[in-house]
Structure formats: C-alpha cells, structure tokens
Design a protein. Structure first.
Length: 356
C-alpha cells in the first residue's frame, strides 16, 4: 500500500500527507483538524505565540480532533545580531522604508531592539500539552529538550535545507527530517549556512539525503497535488508536506486578499527576500521586495517584522496589494481547492490511482 510508510508508522497516521505549519495567524485549529481527521498530520505554527497563547490554541485543537497533530516552534527565534543593535542604525534602515509609509499616509513606528526569545518557555508549555509531534526549524534543540521529548513520547521532526543540516539532525537523533526544497514558500529555515547558500531544489535534496541518512524523510517544497506526492514518494520520501495548497483553503487563517491573489490565475512570480521579516523567505514579488534589493541591510529578525507590521495593516486596509508580501511556494499556478477536506480527499484518492 502506498500509504504505509516509515512516517505513517512512526506518527500513527493513515496517510503520509502532512500540512505545513504556518505562523502569524495562518494556522488554525480548523485547518489542522481537517488534515488530521482525514488521516494525515495537521500542524500548528506557534513560534510567534506566548506560552499562554499556545495553551489556548491547544484547547481549540483538542476540541477539534483526537488524532495526532504537530506543534511547530523556531529554535532560533531572535537573530543574534539584534543584541546591542545600534539605535542609529535602526533609524537609518527605517528611512529606506519611509517612502512606502508616506505613500500610505502612516508614520514610521518606534522600535526597540529589546526582544527576548520565547523558545525555552514555549517548550515548557509544549511538554505540558504533549502533542504527538514537535517539529522545529532554524536549528536543533538542546539534547536536554530532545531527551525530554523522547521521555514524554513526543516525536521530534527537524527541518533541513542541506545534506549537512540533515546529517546534524540525524546525529541529534531526531525522529524524522523535513527536506525543505528551494521551491517552498515562507521562510528558508537554513541554520548551518546562510539561507542564500542553501538553495538546493527538493528533488536533488531528497536524493542527497536518501544516499546518506537513515532517518525517515518528509519532502517539502512545491508539492500541491497527487502527482507531486507520487514523484516525491518515488524518489524515496517517506511522506510529503504541503504548505501553499492548504494555506489558500477556507480553513486557513490567511487573509482573504492573500487567497484571492493566489487563486486569481495571474502569473504570481515568487522571489526570495528578507525585506518582510529580516530573514529570507519566498513570497509573491511586490514593490517592496523589488525595491529593497537582497544586498540591502535590513533590521534583524524579528525587529524587521515589527517595522513592516503597520505597513502591512495599512496596505490591506487600502487594498494596496502591491505593497503586501504574500507568502507562496513557487508552484502556485494550479491551486484549485478552497476546502481543506476536499483537498485531502483528492490527494488521497489521486495518489492511490497513481501509485498502485
């Protein structure tokens, strides 16, 4: 059976189809439950949430499903360069964005570089709620955290953008590894080398990992349909993870304008830019990503996010889609499902037809 793999056995799910974790309001209990209740693995991106907010989100999740699910966190959620970042440099970088703020008629925000990491406190709550899966990106948790996860029966899944990162995750004895191809939407979660030096495509990355590691592999990046699933499984993946295809469904918390743009049929060219958050991510090209070249210094993460936040709010209010950064994978021209339940059923049926 195509749907019986190392990942389905490891995670206690029926189908090797995972919903990519999405943060910043995109994740919802409804989307997670649609995937988990259909036999896949639903996910919730919690890296921006306080411990208290994670507890509240988990109550909604447990009310919506009794199936396995994943909570995702960022190991490195504050750039090291943010410590003692000069105020004069903050003001200088703000001026790069002033024309956009002026055009929308809003003031530049006051910013402080005093932003503590949430990760350690988030993990404490994670151990309290005990999800079936704890996935993470931007690094590897301490051995103490991984050991406690094993003690509690929580499966650990790390994200890798290179073979080097996958080998490091295997050395840390994680339970599974997400092979994150260059095609994937959202942040590029590289952690051993700069993201711009980690641009391996998914199918090449898959084959590199299969040749060198034994840990089960989850393929992510540019997969939106059954053909993509079948191709990844044929190349040796033990499961697949879809992000953009689920993000545009009704159950997702993505803004309606975001979904409308990706369903529009337009040639939504994507680019990788750090102009939105300070870390490289794949999004639909817009005036800001084109106007702020990659080599331009921006604020460290997440301070850059705080700079852009009021600009995004104003742009949405004024329907200025040319200034809004819409996350998206490269393969966004054939999206068709508005309902996550219907998407899951088609993925399951069509993959079964392709892989006998």
């Amino acid at each position: 059976m195509w749907n019986s793999t190392k990942i389905t056995q490891l995670l206690g799910i029926k189908y090797p189809i995972l919903q990519g974790p999405m943060g910043v309001g995109y994740s919802t209990a409804a989307l997670l439950a649609s995937v988990s209740n259909a036999g896949g693995l639903g996910s919730y991106g919690a890296y921006t949430l306080t411990p208290e907010e994670i507890l509240e989100a988990d109550k909604s999740i447990k009310a919506a499903t009794n199936k396995p699910y994943n909570i995702n966190l960022w190991v490195n959620d504050v750039d090291k360069t943010l410590a003692n970042f000069p105020q004069e440099k903050i003001e200088k970088i703000k001026q790069i964005y002033k024309p956009y703020f002026d055009e929308l008629g809003i003031p530049l925000p006051d910013l402080s570089s005093d932003i503590p990491s949430k990760f350690e406190k988030q993990v404490e709550v994670l151990f309290e709620i005990k999800p079936a899966v704890f996935s993470f990106i931007f690094g590897i948790p301490s051995q103490e955290i991984l050991k406690e996860s094993r003690r509690l029966g929580i499966k650990t899944v790390g994200g890798a953008t290179t073979l080097e990162e996958a080998l490091a995750l295997e050395d840390a004895q994680v339970d599974a590894i997400v092979a994150s191809g260059f095609e994937a939407g959202g942040h590029r979660p590289s952690f051993l080398r700069p993201a711009q030096d980690s641009f391996t495509g998914l199918f090449t990355l898959l084959q590199q990992l299969k040749a060198k590691i034994k840990t089960p592999i989850i393929a992510a990046g540019g997969i939106t349909d059954a053909k993509g699933i079948a191709a990844a499984l044929t190349l040796g993946a033990d499961a697949v993870q879809l992000g953009t295809a689920f993000m545009v469904t009704d159950q997702s918390g993505a803004h309606p304008i975001h979904k409308e743009v990706l369903f529009s049929g337009a040639l939504n060219h994507t680019t990788v830019s750090k102009s939105l958050t300070g870390r490289m991510g794949r999004m639909v090209s817009n005036r800001i990503s084109e106007g702020v070249p990659f080599e331009t210094e921006v604020l460290p993460f997440p301070l850059q996010t705080k700079l852009i936040a009021p600009l995004r709010v104003a742009a949405l209010a004024q329907n200025r889609t040319d200034m809004i950064s819409f996350w998206s994978g490269q393969n966004n021209n054939s999206l068709k499902h508005h309902d996550a339940d219907e998407l899951m059923q088609e993925l399951i049926k069509e993959t079964g037809n392709l892989i006998k």
